[in-house]
Design a protein around this ligand. Structure first.
Ligand code: PMP
Length: 469
């Protein structure tokens, strides 16, 4: 009934926009610019589609914000949430107390993750998960009598959240420039972007070379001062940067060589996005800690956390005493109930396997075809995350393509055509990226690829008119 009512409801978009401008401070938003344009109001979702307040239907190529893995409108999740709210909407896990959904979810996560993960620390978000990591790895080394091991190595252009530690771990210059970041003892190395830095090498050669930057940094900092290395298996917000196959095994070898903990930030990559429950499994990583959020509940309610591997869990539990860390909403019963139902859906519909063996390879093939478009210099994907690069003129080798002047913001022009024509595709510079809901069918992949191609044509015509090509 709620959904039928929403379908019939009429909205006064201009009034909502005025109210929004007057009161709502949005994340990562220039409000002066937004106020001039007027915000888009999303009112409803069903499967892979959204509807805005003007009645426009949109294909959501970004799963909300990389999170709505099972698609919109899943009644069984709303029912699980309702039932939990009716029985026990909240209780904390602090004072020798637990709640049923939190225990059951912890056990379920231990079951679906690699065997060495038997423990879970719950948070409310991915950022809080990464803050937890910083405190947990430093606590681990303190307990082992190596308190000098404080430094965490991350990568330029990484995204690990917006809290003080999350934004410090991240490698976004624009974020570091605001608020005095990074906090001490967090350093960065280059990202494994073959397009950006792989000239003159094969992808596999470049993967080993880029991993070598970690060893250089460890030696520069001093191995006895390094606590951990953190990375997204596939960088998401940085522009869907898919590393060469040689990269993670070499990173793993280097971490092992110096005894450094490896943290996989799987906030985007987890819960089936790459055709595995966790992308670490796909890339040959053996992380000690895994950050998760987003896909754990498909975004229906906020939940995040850290999967704690045996190496760290044993020290914390057997010799750690109290870990002075935790959130009011650690193990929130309603969020955990949503996660349990979400994971049940992923399992019962075989979504991880579908992305690995059916729709993922199909998307990869169809998406790669876009590289024949005059504007597209490079298109690649990994499971249900993909990106393409807009270029001014194509050459035989990817490193020789002529790029647009970044000041033209061609990616944003393209994004405008996408949004205006019913397709949500995000721009990171001149790279256009997608991360569609895992429920997307082959027919819907065809529909999406055709829509993207149509919008690329519109972009091409537009920038020709502007004299940019
Ligand atoms: N890590 C990664 C890899 C992310 O992509 C994000 C969010 N986009 C975060 C951490 C932060 O998660 P949250 O926004 O839930 O705090």
């Amino acid at each position: 009934p709620a959904r039928a009512a929403a379908r019939a409801e009429k909205f006064d978009t201009a009034a909502i926009q005025r109210q929004d401008t007057a009161h709502y401070m949005h994340p990562f938003t220039d409000h002066q610019a937004l106020g001039g344009k007027g915000v888009r109001v999303m009112v409803r979702g069903e499967g892979i589609y959204l509807w805005d307040s003007e009645g426009n239907k949109v294909l959501d190529g970004m799963s909300g914000l990389w999170c709505v893995n099972v698609g919109y409108g899943r009644t069984s999740i709303s029912q699980a949430v309702y039932k939990q709210m009716e029985t026990l909407p909240f209780y904390n896990s602090f004072f020798n107390t637990t709640n049923l959904p939190a225990v059951q979810l912890a056990a379920k996560l231990a079951e679906i993750s690699p065997p060495r993960f038997q423990h879970v620390f719950f948070t409310g978000s991915g950022s809080e998960g990464n803050d937890t990591n910083v405190r947990m790895v430093r606590r681990y080394w303190d307990l082992l009598g190596q308190p000098a091991r404080k430094v965490i190595i991350s990568r330029h252009n990484a995204y690990h959240g917006s809290t003080m530690a999350g934004a410090s771990l991240g490698g976004m210059d624009g974020m570091h420039a605001q608020g005095g970041l990074p906090i001490p003892d967090i350093v960065h190395i280059g990202q494994p972007s073959y397009l950006e830095s792989g000239r003159g090498m094969t992808p596999d050669e470049f993967g080993v070379a880029a991993a070598g930057w970690l060893e250089q940094k460890i030696l520069e900092v001093g191995a006895d001062k390094v606590a951990a290395f953190i990375g997204e298996p596939v960088q998401g917000a940085g522009g869907v940067i898919i590393p060469p196959a040689t990269y993670w095994p070499e990173i793993q070898r280097i971490c092992d060589k110096y005894g450094i903990l490896l943290i996989a930030d799987e906030v985007i990559c987890g819960f089936g996005r790459t055709g595995r429950w966790f992308a670490s499994e796909l890339f040959g990583m053996r992380p000690d800690l895994i950050t998760f959020a987003k896909g754990v509940t498909s975004g229906y309610v906020p939940l995040g956390g850290v999967l704690v591997g045996d190496r760290v869990a044993r020290v914390l539990i057997e010799q750690g005493g109290e870990f002075n860390h935790g959130f009011t909403y650690s193990g929130h019963p309603v969020a955990c109930a949503a996660a349990l139902e979400n994971i049940r859906i992923i399992e019962s519909e075989g979504l991880v396997d579908r992305v690995a063996n059916d729709t993922g390879p199909y998307l990869e093939r169809r998406f790669a075809e876009l590289a024949d478009h005059p504007l597209v210099g490079y298109a690649d994907s990994c499971g249900f995350v993909a990106g393409l690069n807009l270029v001014k003129a194509k050459a035989a080798a990817v490193h020789d393509h002529e790029l647009f002047d970044p000041a033209l913001e061609v990616g944003m022009v393209c994004r405008g055509h996408m949004f205006g024509n019913g397709m949500i595709m995000r721009a990171v510079g001149d790279r256009m990226i997608i991360a569609p809901p895992l429920v997307m069918t082959r027919a819907q992949i065809d529909e999406m690829v055709a829509l993207i191609r149509h919008c690329l044509d519109l972009t091409h015509a537009d920038i020709k008119r502007r004299g940019w090509v």
